[in-house]
Ligand binder design. Structure first.
Ligand SMILES: Cc1ncc(C[n+]2csc(CCOP(=O)(O)OP(=O)(O)O)c2C)c(N)n1
Length: 516
């Protein structure tokens, strides 16, 4: 057994049995080990941003880490934007980054770089393997970190000689630390704040607080106290739809967000941070709650969010109160006519399949999709957590690998889609069940709004050219077909309904260019 084989054995034994890869020469022993050791599903991405974004999407659906294989500093560097998104989403990932053999570094060959320096800002944990004998223990430590709650990005650098040198043992990963219990005093403070606030109280939920039992408990607390319950602007995986407690979302537009908190005098944070504006704007505050609002931190993201909500509900006597804000099954009528964001929202509300995984990088086109789909059958909603675009296509790829029995619906801006368009090929090669709607408005629409938002008014010629992506218009049907994917175009809502049904009926990937 060599170091690379001991590494693959360690990963597979611990259930890290998917590897999103883009290898090079320094990773050849790892690649060969993937043939010699059984049990690893290998998924090739044609750009490292696809690899890291897929690992993020995988964790959000599977609830356990995947591994990645990346080629030295430049390969890792190409994957950093989506590792940033994964880190902000608390997605556990085990990155394996190849490096030159230890004795080769001093010659400064072309691919030599400070890999640890590249890795550190987007990783919670970085280690370079020292010898082939210790690679398995290093991998076990990385897995344990990645599995901690909330999930963490662990990066193990694997010099080529530690991959090809001898190894003797396969180490088990230490048990990851469980979530910390929340203090009784925080529970009492939160319960007091909410019982005092009535409708001017707000319980803001983040991380696992927007799922399962935690969500239901929030509904019970709302029913008992009359408080508002809300999710952060974005969630890594929000459970929603008919039969589930429906959360308001903090809006992106700062005026809307400050309006939402206008009347909040008691804000309780459960797995959430104090809400802040995405960006600073001249003459606007960074914080969204009013300065006089009293903020109580029930728990941090490392703590037992569900247990904390259970304790608050217990203290309020709300454990048996039927939850408030439960969404009823209600689908809008199928819309017709020209394509508008409202029409697309209604169409999604009308046709979204049960148990779908919706990956949302629709940017401005999707601002109304939340309310239009609130009464659709139960589904999960995955949003970008780090604000770095190019997340949607890779995340949908990883989500589909993790949930092969579920339909993935990707809502994608045309500008964002171009960052990691190579994911289309991975979806086809693996016949992933993803229906993609690309909103072809030929612009960076959000930035046109931002130009006005920072007080600069209408764009001149140079600014306009930097904020629009027409001339030439991207032909998404040809782009998809060039990656081997079936595709169609919709210029009316009737056509979109037909195309969407076609995507849903297919068991493989299908792309729809939605001309806006
Ligand atoms: C990595 C990265 N680069 C640039 C940006 C800045 N940015 C934010 S949104 C956006 C354009 C999004 O365009 P599109 O996906 O077409 O959505 P639209 O705004 O048209 O709705 C850009 C360039 C970013 N957030 N992340």
């Amino acid at each position: 057994m060599n170091g690379a084989e001991s590494l693959v054995h360690t990963l597979v034994n611990e259930g890290v049995n998917v590897c999103f890869t883009n290898p090079g020469t320094s990773e050849m022993h790892f690649v060969a080990a993937l043939d010699r050791v059984q049990g690893m599903r290998c998924v090739l991405g044609l750009f490292e941003g696809v690899v890291t974004g897929a690992a993020d999407g995988y964790y959000r659906v599977a609830g356990k880490p995947a591994s990645t294989l990346l080629h030295l500093g430049p390969g890792l560097g190409n994957g950093l934007a989506n590792l940033h998104n994964a880190k902000k989403a608390n997605s556990g990932i085990v990155n394996i980054v190849g490096d030159h053999a230890t004795y080769h570094i001093k010659y400064d060959a072309p691919l030599t770089s400070d890999i640890e320096g590249v890795a550190r800002p987007m990783s919670h944990w970085v280690r370079k393997a020292r010898t082939s004998m210790s690679v398995s223990a290093d991998a076990a430590a990385a897995i344990s970190v990645a599995r901690e709650a909330p999930g963490k990005v662990a990066t193990l650098i694997l010099p080529a000689d530690t991959a090809w040198g001898p190894a003797e043992q396969v180490v088990c990963a230490p048990t990851s630390a469980p979530r910390l219990p929340v203090s009784a005093c925080a529970v009492t403070a939160a319960a007091k704040a909410l019982s005092r606030g009535g409708p001017s109280g707000c319980l803001l939920l983040g991380d696992v607080g927007v799922r399962g039992r935690a969500l239901e408990l929030a509904g019970r607390i709302a029913a008992k106290t009359g408080c508002v319950i809300s999710g952060e602007f974005n969630s890594a995986r929000l459970e929603r739809g008919a039969g589930r407690v429906h959360l308001m979302r903090v809006p992106y537009v700062i005026e809307h967000a400050t309006k939402m908190f206008e009347r909040t005098t008691q804000l309780v944070l459960a797995g959430a941070k104090s809400p802040v504006a995405f960006f600073a704007y001249p003459n606007n505050s960074s914080l969204l709650a009013s300065p006089s609002c009293h903020v109580t931190q029930l728990d941090t993201i490392e703590e037992d969010i569900e247990g904390a909500l259970e304790a608050v509900a217990g203290e309020l006597g709300a454990l048996n109160t039927p939850p408030a804000c439960v969404a009823e099954l209600s689908r809008p009528a199928l819309p017709s006519g020209p394509i508008t964001p409202e029409g697309v929202g209604a169409l999604l509300g009308a046709l979204l399949p049960e148990n779908a995984i919706v990956v949302d990088e629709s940017v401005t086109s999707g601002r109304g999709f939340g309310s239009a789909t609130a009464g659709a059958p139960p589904h999960d909603w995955l949003s970008v957590m780090g604000g770095s675009i190019g997340f949607g296509l890779p995340c949908a790829t990883g989500a589909a690998v993790a949930g092969p029995d579920r339909k993935v619906i990707l809502l994608e801006g045309d500008g964002s889609g171009m960052y990691t368009v190579q994911a289309l090929w991975t979806m086809v090669r693996n016949q992933l069940d993803v229906t993609i709607l690309v909103f072809a408005n030929r612009r960076y629409q959000i930035l046109l709004g931002e130009l006005a938002g920072v007080g600069l008014g209408e764009p001149g010629k140079n600014a306009y050219d930097m904020l629009t992506i027409g001339r030439p218009d991207l032909d998404w049907v040809s782009i998809a077909k060039g990656h081997g994917m079936e595709a169609g175009r919709a210029i009316t809502l009737e056509e979109l309904a037909r195309e969407f049904k076609r995507g849903i009926a297919s068991s493989g990937p299908y792309l729809i260019e939605v001309v806006m």
